[in-house]
Design a protein around this ligand. Structure first.
Ligand SMILES: Cc1cc2nc3c(=O)[nH]c(=O)nc-3n(C[C@H](O)[C@H](O)[C@H](O)COP(=O)(O)OP(=O)(O)OC[C@H]3O[C@@H](n4cnc5c(N)ncnc54)[C@H](O)[C@@H]3O)c2cc1C
Length: 457
């Protein structure tokens, strides 16, 4: 067999590690999976199986024409992905979603990896970043404490987070600019772009009071058992701020000072909601300081009370979870290697993507990248217009490093298509345009590598 010169070590047998191992092993590379379960447990996993789904049993939408997650499904299927293949076998009826029998699914993933002639399994916790060999760390949102410390030691404490504090992200095109205006507080900044870096949505006193009432009344999500609420420094959920006093938000993230309503300069807003650009493309904006534990349904209706956001479309809603993740835009190169230690790659949720599907997708890429490096056969660049490409481009470069928070795949990460109608009316055609373009470039990328990544040399 070709390429048996160096083995690939993969730490973590979750969604990302399992997919990475499958891809690399199918390319002819010998793989060792180091998985700490069942010896060392996490608060969320229940078994020692690979590919365990810790909460929902759904891989979300399976629509590859109108949905970015469905498009990732499609791309992974085309690439012979283990997670999608196994999900298809254990599929349960769930409308347009890809839901599975979770136990049968994880058992099958485990069986497939265990039976693979190129894969060895070692049940142990890895607590260091090795200086030699090729490694992929796919240890997920619940990376063990000892390994977390080792990563922090390498990257600096402020580059590895243990909780996310996700503010909702809005598609720029859905913000009503006849209400919102561009301005940084006190016009701070050297350049025009800096001085107009934020979008501002003004509120009258009545609108503010109604907004606070809605925040207080909204349904909230509880932390999972074992998921301690250590988030209370510096990133309080907005509803908790509102509970502390009706004026708290007006003195915090919604303070109206240093801002003049460009549409109505004579009217002083009572409060202002600010949105900050979230990606280099300028297609996404996050609502500054609006991390929240409100349920998704409640978030959509409460945030649409904000003037200018009445018709907002959300690329991602807010949340706060126990979640270990790297500041990937500063730490990882385009090949998902740690810049300071290129023998180490990261994959999955720890790279700052969010969700089973996105994590498996980043595993697929990391597995192929590492195997190609071992085989001495450079992998063609992942096409940016595919769903995989849009996501990896975001986490390794397109995202704002300073405010980096985990990201789901969504069409806001895709390069805009010229000549298609904007706004809600054009949405169906636009999404079809994105998915057609993605499928075409993904097919080319796969064809360049040959069957199962065994590229023609
Ligand atoms: C409580 C909770 C609920 C969630 N609910 C959902 C949901 O409903 N839907 C969804 O899409 N996503 C959900 N997620 C996110 C989900 O966990 C991820 O999307 C997905 O599982 C991440 O895949 P991964 O491979 O990166 O990590 P995981 O699937 O978590 O796999 C990481 C693996 O690494 C192992 N590991 C960790 N540290 C070490 C070490 N030092 N040495 C060896 N092995 C180690 C772990 O045991 C684990 O098996 C949830 C996360 C949490 C914490």
């Amino acid at each position: 067999m070709r390429g048996m010169t160096q083995e690939l070590h993969i730490v973590g047998g979750g969604m990302a590690g399992s997919e990475a191992a499958w891809q690399a092993a199918n390319m002819g590379v010998r793989v060792v999976i180091h998985e700490m379960r069942p010896k060392v447990k996490t608060f969320a996993h229940q078994t020692g199986n690979f590919g365990e789904m810790v909460c929902s049993n759904s891989f979300r939408s399976d629509d590859s024409e109108q949905n970015a997650v469905g498009l990732l499904h499609w791309e992974m299927r085309q690439a012979g992905g283990l997670i999608m293949q196994t999900a298809q076998t254990h599929r349960l009826p769930a409308g347009g979603a890809l839901a599975v029998d979770r136990e049968a699914f994880a058992q099958s993933v485990t069986d497939a990896l265990t039976a693979h002639p190129n894969i060895l399994i070692s049940n142990e916790e890895i607590t260091e970043l090795p200086s030699e060999g090729q490694w992929i760390f796919a240890t997920g949102p619940l990376t063990s404490a000892a390994l977390g410390e080792a990563i922090q030691h390498e990257t600096g404490a402020d580059r590895l987070a243990f909780f996310d504090a996700i503010a909702p992200i809005v598609y720029a095109e859905s913000i009503d600019m006849s209400v919102a205006w561009r301005q940084s507080r006190y016009d701070k900044g050297e350049t025009d772009a800096e001085q107009k870096a934020y979008l501002n949505c003004p509120m009258t006193k009545d609108q503010y009071e109604a907004f606070i009432d809605a925040l207080l009344a909204a349904e909230k999500t509880e932390f999972h058992e074992g998921e301690t609420a250590g988030y209370f420094d510096g990133c309080l959920p907005i509803e908790v701020m509102a509970e502390r006093g009706r004026e708290t938000l007006r003195h915090g993230p919604m303070k109206p000072v240093g801002l003049t309503n460009a549409h109505k300069p004579e009217q002083k807003p009572y409060a202002v909601v600010q949105l900050r650009r979230d990606n280099a493309l300028g297609t996404l904006y996050n609502i500054v300081g609006f991390q929240t534990k409100m349920k998704y349904g409640a978030q959509a209706s409460v945030f649409k009370m904000i003037p200018g956001l009445e018709n907002a479309s959300f690329a991602r809603l807010g949340g706060i979870h126990r979640n270990t993740f790297l500041n990937s835009p500063t730490l990882l190169d385009a090949q998902m290697r740690l810049r300071s230690r290129p023998n180490i790659r990261f994959a999955g949720q720890v790279t700052g993507v969010e969700g089973y599907v996105e994590s498996a997708a980043m595993g697929l890429l990391a597995g192929r990248m590492a195997a190609s490096e071992i085989l001495g056969r450079p992998l063609p660049e992942v096409p940016q217009d595919s769903a995989h490409g849009a996501l990896i481009h975001h986490i390794t470069g397109g995202a704002e490093a300073k405010t980096f928070q985990p990201m789901n795949v969504n069409f806001g990460l895709f390069r805009p298509l010229e000549g298609l109608r904007g706004g809600r009316r054009g949405r169906r055609d636009r999404y079809k345009g994105y998915t057609d373009r993605a499928k075409a470039v993904w097919e080319v990328w796969l064809a360049q590598q040959g069957v199962d990544g065994q590229a023609a040399e």
